[in-house]
Design a protein around this ligand. Structure first.
Ligand SMILES: [Zn+2]
Length: 126
C-alpha cells in the first residue's frame, strides 16, 4: 500500500513549509495526481486522515486533482489528452505518439492561514 508512504511525504512537506512561517498553520493542501500514477484516491484520503488524526494537522483539508494522461505526437508534435485509451493523434491520425504526462504526483499548492485571524475574532473587536 504505497499510498501511506505518499501521504507521509506530503505531510512532511506541509510541515517543512509551514515551519518557515511562524504563527501560521496549514489549512488546505492540493495535490495533482496523474492518471498513469495509479494511485488509489480513496486509499490516499484514508491514509491522510489516519496520519493527521489528533495531530496539529487534523484540520488540514486535502484536495486531489486528477491529471489525465497526455500523449505527444511524433509526427506533428501535437500534445493531447488521452480519452478511452485511444493514443492516436487527433490532429493527423498518427499512431506514433509517446507518453507526455499524466504521471504527476506533486503538491499544486498549500494554503496557510495565520492563527487568530478568523472572522469571528475580527467581529468580536467591534
Ligand atoms: Zn499528429
Amino acid at each position: 500500500m504505497h499510498e501511506m508512504g505518499i501521504a507521509n511525504s506530503v505531510l512532511e512537506a506541509v510541515r517543512t513549509e509551514t515551519a518557515r512561517y511562524p504563527g501560521t498553520y496549514a489549512a488546505k493542501v492540493s495535490l495533482r495526481i496523474g492518471e498513469v500514477a495509479a494511485i488509489d484516491q480513496e486509499a490516499l484520503r484514508f491514509c491522510f486522515e489516519a496520519l493527521t488524526l489528533e495531530t496539529d494537522l487534523e484540520s488540514l483539508e486535502l484536495e486531489i486533482t486528477l491529471c489525465p494522461r497526455r500523449q505527444r505526437c511524433m509526427e506533428c508534435g501535437d500534445n493531447f489528452e488521452v480519452r478511452d485509451y485511444d493514443v492516436r493523434c487527433p490532429q493527423c491520425g498518427s499512431l506514433k505518439t509517446e507518453c507526455a504526462g499524466g504521471d504527476e504526483l506533486e503538491i499544486a499548492y498549500l494554503e496557510v492561514e495565520e492563527y487568530g485571524t478568523s472572522l469571528i475574532g475580527a467581529e468580536g473587536t467591534k
